[in-house]
Design a protein around this ligand. Sequence first.
Ligand SMILES: NS(=O)(=O)c1ccc(C(=O)O)c(S(=O)(=O)NCCc2ccccc2)c1
Ligand SMILES: [Zn+2]
Length: 261
Amino acid sequence: HHCWGYGEENGPSDWYKDYSLANGDRQSPIDIQSEQTVYNSSLKPIWVSYDACTSLSICNNGHSVMVEYEDCDDKTVIRGGPLEFPYRLKQFHFHWGGKDSRGSEHTVNGKSYPGELHLVHWNAAKYKSFDEAASAPDGLAVLGVFLETGEKHSVLHRLTDALYMVRFKETKAQFKDFNPSGLLPDCLDYWTYRGSLTTPPLHESVTWLMLKEPLYLSEKQMEKFRTLFFSGEEEGLRTRMMDNFRPPQPLKGRTVEASFR
Ligand SMILES: NS(=O)(=O)c1ccc(C(=O)O)c(S(=O)(=O)NCCc2ccccc2)c1
Ligand SMILES: [Zn+2]
């Protein structure tokens, strides 16, 4: 069973063969055409409560690098915005390119960023488990932040300095006391729309919250993401982890709302 990936044979244009949702009506990512977005004055601000978070580990799952959180209670949640419930942080991960001209999943007026951060949350108020929420139409909320090269990011530095511990697929290391609110820009203006996971199984269960302001990191920090491998340590062919992004999908009549004018 050849697993999905981002290569020539198993990449985003092949996913529909195993995952029929790939051609669904609310797929992600999308190109955000800012002139077509609708300002909604009744959208509340996003409220992030991560201070009591318990990060557990950092891991390379062969598709991305992610940091996982303890999600057994409501100590690490996102509220507000278009959300009717608090959503619990489960993990965050990244998508990036082989060079700075590509790497993000969402694009803005056709512009790609060098990468994108996704903080994945689930609706524990309504669903008993992440797995159940992950296939429910209002089950997940992903807060997305574009990565842009610039000054070194001091909070992200602890993560980029830990990447050497998870170079290969299925490697994991302890990563405690990491509060991801330090990765968020000052301005939490966002676009929001109803979409999906951007990796198989592509469940159409995500309320997307894309921040307008990027996270700035240095070129050296960007390069550290590109030292990771898709493959396991024992595998002969070592393929560097990069270009692990799905391209924009058809909007199919959806409206993208803006929290700002
Ligand atoms: N780009 S994205 O935010 O859509 C996303 C990417 C990867 C993953 C993941 O699990 O690796 C996830 S996940 O943590 O939501 N898991 C989705 C796969 C899954 C579905 C149901 C149960 C367990 C895992 C989300
Ligand atoms: Zn993602």
